[in-house]
Design a protein around this ligand. Structure first.
Ligand code: CU
Length: 660
């Protein structure tokens, strides 16, 4: 869609800026610029921040975004869902770099391999109008934008932060420093988090909800000439002893190395950036801490990606143009060893070392018409070649699909257009598009992957067709003066060849206690639609109100509900700002999940509501934040809590940031 939402993560905001700033005047159509500066100039009503400031996790930052929900399998590494579509239909990039998770059980969405301290902002493009590097984004694309000190900034900047949360004894420590000169900049930082088991509402301890994470990063930039810039990034991220209370395994280690080198040339009204990157992820699961394990398993996964892109952007008269070419090569391998008591160990390849070579070409043009109207169009084509490099994994899968080969080609594409038109105080926008995606490695080549959501073992299907969707969307934004804004958003996705697991009664499961086997298949059609209404009202200088209401719908070809679709959801808050103090009270909740994917093993989620309080006090160079989450210590689980694991009970937190 045409209004991407930006989420600014605190570090670069001045120390005295408050997280819930009042709305600026509305500027339509500031999207799709790849310039970091534009993020800061976004109207602040779309620049959302977490109440916990820099100490908040990436997941907490993500939850501030409209269109985003998070599937939770524990305290750590929540899976972002955009427009009620999960990882398979969402493209996530880090500064344009492709990165793929390494866990067959989705324990490590790529957002889990960065820290708040690494990022300047997270940008979300809803639907098919994705960012130039995004491929396979039907639901939307997320770009995690790295925080770079930049040239000619503060000569020296230091940020130190420390936080504590009483529920689960969460400790957070972060430090980062930046130097900036006319022709050189460098920033680097270190982040550490440690959490024990948390208590659910009512005070019960939830076993296996602990985690520990360390992250180090550096960004460097050099101006070779006045118009030529060389930039480099390095991130090391390592999570250990991560519990997943909703699953029957934990993670011993999840580690990522992320690196890039880019060269940018600036013209007078244009820029040309070329980046090369490499990232490597290792993931090791662990069930040795669990009681009552019938068959102990060793599972691990590996993912590495090398790639590059070259992006040319120009502003010519009324046009904002961009052309992007990208290519990446990704390798995914996962295996499992089972140790049935007494018998010989059993070895299985669950992802057969799939090499994916993908090249894409994307174009976009935004045309500014007279009278505040604008039109934008974007398109991308991508070509993909896949090879199954592991002989053992290939042969195992070939038993079920005798016709299958070890190489595959796919061509995917997307095209989207939107038009926005001001009518007095109302801004009306409509858009539409078509796009397709290739099956993921799990969907095409996964081998006996146990899904704890429906208790089935899943087998990939190499004969899957590409999935495609037509998207229609609209936004109506009504602004009464500077004080009141009401926004209505709606979109609908009409799928063909929707990919989902289908019952296969001829096969028996491998996992003890599994209900049966499912094989991925294309269903003729499916529909997902989203609706939201939001209000923002600056009542007085010191009082501000926000409210939102949303609903979504998902149906398969038989008009039965799809699983993991959000029920009616609401949120409302009041923000009081007096001098250097700011306080907020928030109420949010979901209605009962009336339509749920019973056919897909989903059970109904109950209604819930919680109240949160938080406050902030700025005494430069310090910022103190404190709050109480789930004030009334309610025991609850949302529809997105995997197997209905309960959320945190009452939680008091306190954090302090020093900005020098
Ligand atoms: Cu895993």
């Amino acid at each position: 869609m045409f209004f991407p939402f930006f989420l600014t993560i605190l570090p670069f905001a001045p120390a005295d800026s408050l997280p819930f700033a009042p709305a600026d005047s509305l500027i339509a159509g500031d999207e799709h610029s790849l310039d970091e500066v534009v993020v800061v100039s976004i109207p602040s009503d779309r620049r959302k921040r977490s109440a916990k400031g820099q100490v908040a996790t990436i997941d907490e930052h993500l939850s501030e975004l409209s269109h985003v929900n998070l599937i939770r399998r524990g305290s750590y590494a929540w899976e972002p869902v955009v427009n009620n579509m999960q990882t398979e239909r969402v493209a996530t990039t880090i500064d344009g770099m492709k990165i793929f998770y390494a866990c067959t059980d989705k324990m490590d969405p790529v957002t889990s391999y960065v820290e708040s301290g690494n990022l300047q902002s997270i940008s979300l493009n809803s639907g098919l109008d994705g960012n130039p590097q995004a491929t396979g984004n039907i639901g939307g694309s997320l770009d995690l934008r790295l925080r770079k000190a930049g040239f000619d900034g503060d000569p020296f900047h230091l940020t130190l932060s420390a936080g504590h949360e009483w529920n689960g004894h969460v400790q957070v420590y972060g430090a980062d420093a930046a130097v900036s000169r006319q022709t050189l900049y460098a920033n680097a930082g270190l982040f550490y988090r440690h959490a024990g088991d948390y208590k659910t509402g009512g005070g019960e301890r939830l076993p296996f909800s602990q985690f520990q994470k360390v992250n180090a990063f550096t960004n460097l930039g050099v101006k070779l000439t006045h118009d030529d810039i060389l930039e480099g990034t390095f991130i090391f991220d390592r999570a250990t002893d991560v519990g997943y209370p909703a699953l029957n395994m934990d993670v011993a280690k999840a580690q990522a190395l992320i690196s890039s080198l880019s060269f940018r040339h600036q013209f007078r009204h244009a820029a040309w950036e070329t980046k090369a990157y490499y990232n490597h992820i290792t993931h090791e699961m662990d069930d040795t801490q669990r009681p009552d394990v019938q068959i102990h398993m060793d599972m691990s996964g590996k993912s590495w990606t090398a790639g590059g892109y070259s992006l040319f952007t120009a502003s010519v008269r009324q046009h904002d143009l961009s052309v992007n070419g990208d290519v990446y090569y990704n390798r995914l391998f996962a295996d499992m060893t089972m140790y049935p008591g007494g018998a010989a160990p059993m070895y299985m390849v669950t992802w057969p070392d799939v090499g994916t070579l993908n090249a894409g070409l994307a174009v976009r043009d935004k045309i500014w018409l007279t009278g505040g109207r604008s039109f934008s169009v974007s398109a991308k084509m991508a070509w993909q070649h896949q090879k199954l490099n592991n002989e053992e994994g290939f042969k195992a899968l070939k038993v079920f699909f005798p016709q299958m080969g070890d190489t595959y080609h796919q061509t995917t594409g997307r095209i989207a257009a939107s038009y926005s038109h001001p009518l007095g105080p109302v801004l009306l926008a409509v858009g539409g598009g078509w796009g397709s995606r290739a099956p993921t490695v799990t969907e095409a080549y996964g081998y006996y992957l146990n899904n704890t959501f429906d208790q089935y073992d899943y087998i990939g299907n190499p004969h899957l067709k590409n999935e495609s969707a037509v998207e229609l969307n609209t936004q109506v934004r009504w602004q009464a003066g500077k004080e009141l804004t009401i926004t209505l958003d709606a979109n609908a996705f009409f799928f063909s060849n929707y990919i989902i697991g289908q019952f296969e009664t001829r096969l028996s499961p491998m996992t003890v206690d599994a209900e049966g086997v499912k094989v991925y298949g294309n269903i003729n059609h499916a529909t997902i639609a989203n609706f939201s209404l939001k209000g923002e009202w600056q009542l007085t200088d010191w009082l501000r109100w926000n409210g939102s209401l949303s609903y979504a719908l998902g149906r398969d070809a038989d008009s039965d509900p799809l699983p993991l679709i959000a029920p009616w959801a609401y949120a409302t808050d009041l923000v009081v700002s007096v001098g250097k103090w700011q306080g907020r009270v928030e109420l949010k909740g979901n209605a009962r999940q009336q339509k749920y994917g019973r056919k897909y093993g989903e059970t109904q989620a109950r209604p819930w509501a919680v109240c949160n309080l938080n406050a902030q006090y700025v005494f430069a160079p310090f910022t103190l934040r404190a709050g109480i989450e789930n004030v009334f210590d309610k025991r609850y689980a949302t529809y997105a809590d995997w197997n209905h694991i309960p959320q945190k009970g009452r939680n008091i937190y306190l954090n302090l940031t020093l900005d020098l």
